[in-house]
Write a protein that binds this ligand. Structure first.
Ligand code: UDP
Ligand code: MG
Length: 316
């Protein structure tokens, strides 16, 4: 199936305090798109930057007419910024990538090729992660494997948000209004024909990671609570195991008279801890329901600029 002859491709980049590298990113991207046969728009989402990133993007807007900018009223987070970018993009295909050039633009032609060949989602699969701590590599790898086991849909291993999506997929995503979205899981959920291109993930060109451990944990929890009910089932299993242990010990102490105060105290602490952990698991799901029930918009847009044409895809 051949796609549109003269496609427009949107590149969506979430930006949070990237003044150290954003100019370089713009230059590299503009050089890249100038060398390609397809038409491109480059859409930045300013996720509440408190540095000069937004001003720098606006300066570039004067120079290049393919740059668009959506500015949030505050920092809403990477996944929400991606969601907004996808909603504002008007391309026949949309590529999502980091603003720090860790996802190399040189991989895009391979993605476009697969798209032209009929795939609806082409995700980047990381072969190697340069310049990241062993802890980040280990925790990311462990997370993807755990999620892969737990999730009730097939979320590919070692893929971030660097991917190309066809308009059909984008239109579905744009309507999904989940709070705390886990975009890569949602893309898997949408389905259609999906494939991977492998790439080496580079070091950040400038600046530092905007993903501290706390944000990574938050993202992982969102991934699990929105795509798996295994932890909830685990609550039952652990409850059953604890009851069984209690019964066995009860019988043993009944017949042998073996019971110590220390043991009773230790078990009390253990069981209370286990119960609290179980309540924690349930609460994580409960919080998702609470967030959904509030029906707040996912983000607040303060300003947009650089949009030259009336858009067919009206964002919220
Ligand atoms: N980012 C964002 N909002 C945030 C945190 C990050 O828009 O709250 C952007 C950031 O500017 C970058 C991308 O999301 O373009 C990925 O973040 P980062 O490179 O810091 O993550 P890492 O690659 O270290 O996992
Ligand atoms: Mg990065």
């Amino acid at each position: 199936m051949a796609r549109n002859e003269n496609p427009l491709i949107s590149i969506v980049l979430p930006v949070y305090n990237e003044e150290a590298g954003i100019q370089h990113t713009i230059e590299i991207l503009e050089n890249y798109v100038a060398s390609q046969p397809e038409e491109y728009e480059i859409l930045f989402v300013d996720d509440g930057c408190v540095d000069r990133s937004a001003a720098m993007i606006q300066e570039a807007e004067q120079q290049y007419d393919n740059i668009r900018l959506v500015q949030f009223s505050r920092n809403f987070g990477h996944q929400i910024a991606i969601t907004a970018g996808i909603r504002y993009a008007s391309g026949d295909a949309v590529v999502v990538m980091d603003a720090d050039l860790q996802d190399p633009p040189s991989v895009i032609p391979a993605m476009v090729k697969q798209w032209q060949d009929g795939y609806d989602v082409v995700y980047g699969k990381r072969l190697q992660r340069d310049g990241e701590s062993w802890f980040k590599k280990f925790s990311a790898s462990a997370f993807y494997r755990i999620l892969h086991r737990l999730a009730n849909i097939d979320i590919p291993l070692d893929t971030g948000d660097f991917r190309l999506m066809d308009r059909r997929v984008v239109n579905v995503l744009a309507k999904m209004d989940e709070p705390d979205p886990f975009v890569r899981g949602m893309v898997s959920w949408v389905g259609f024909k999906q494939t991977a291109v492998e790439y080496e993930r580079d070091e950040r060109t400038a600046g530092t990671t905007k993903y501290p451990l706390s944000k990574m944990l938050h993202l992982s929890m969102n991934g699990i609570t929105s795509f798996s009910d295994v932890p909830l089932k685990l609550v039952n299993v652990i409850g059953a195991i604890v009851i069984a242990i209690g019964l066995v010990y009860g019988f043993i102490s009944l017949f042998t008279g073996f019971a110590t105060l220390q043991f009773a105290i230790v078990s009390m602490f253990e069981l209370f801890g286990i119960s609290l952990l179980m309540v924690g698991i349930v609460s994580a799901y409960l919080y998702r329901i609470f967030e959904t029930s509030r029906e707040r918009p996912l983000y607040v847009v303060a300003k947009t600029s650089g949009f030259k044409h009336p858009r067919q895809h009206q964002p919220q």
